[in-house]
Write a protein that binds this ligand. Sequence first.
Ligand code: FMN
Length: 187
Amino acid sequence: MSALKIAVILGSTRPGRNGKAVADWIVDRAGARTGADYELVDLADWPLPFMDEPVPPSMGQYQGEHTKAWTAKVAEFDGYVFVTPEYNHSIPGVLKNAIDFAYAEWNNKAAAFVSYGTVGGIRAAEHLRTIASAVQLAHVHQQLAFSLFTDFENLALFKPGEHHDGAVTKLFDELEAWATAMRTLRG
Ligand SMILES: Cc1cc2nc3c(=O)[nH]c(=O)nc-3n(C[C@H](O)[C@H](O)[C@H](O)COP(=O)(O)O)c2cc1C
């Protein structure tokens, strides 16, 4: 069986975003893993318009070239680590839009969540769990929540607390186990 492929999806795109450092840290920690290959998928590199498909993506009749390209990218992976900030108690619109553009490509795969914000972005992560369920992503229990006050210096320089080291290992363990199991389900 080929190695698992996991995307680390960076869900913020604004200039000066804190998300890049968080996603880079996840990819860096994942570098030591032997059970899966992790790849950064930065939504800044996938400038999708607001949802413009004439038929709901769950029908699988993609028309836009941007949709075909993005869904082909999503399809490459067995699992996903979503890195999301909290914007007004939820996820950024750019991340919701990117999720909305695909459907079958998410189905019966595994997901884990990494959030950040003033209270760790946990309200965004909880919303993301609901959205993930709607696209039939199996989401693991372990999640990481970085506080802007304690894991960032001056709210901008990412310096995660040491306790996150064990937490991220557990997240990878759970995600890879479920990604493997879901592969069996997909046949
Ligand atoms: C539009 C917007 C709304 C925000 N709303 C919240 C919020 O509801 N809760 C929170 O903890 N932080 C909130 N913040 C602060 C962000 O969590 C913080 O700026 C974080 O760094 C944003 O991620 P980014 O830098 O990767 O874009 C908000 C920031 C923006 C830009």
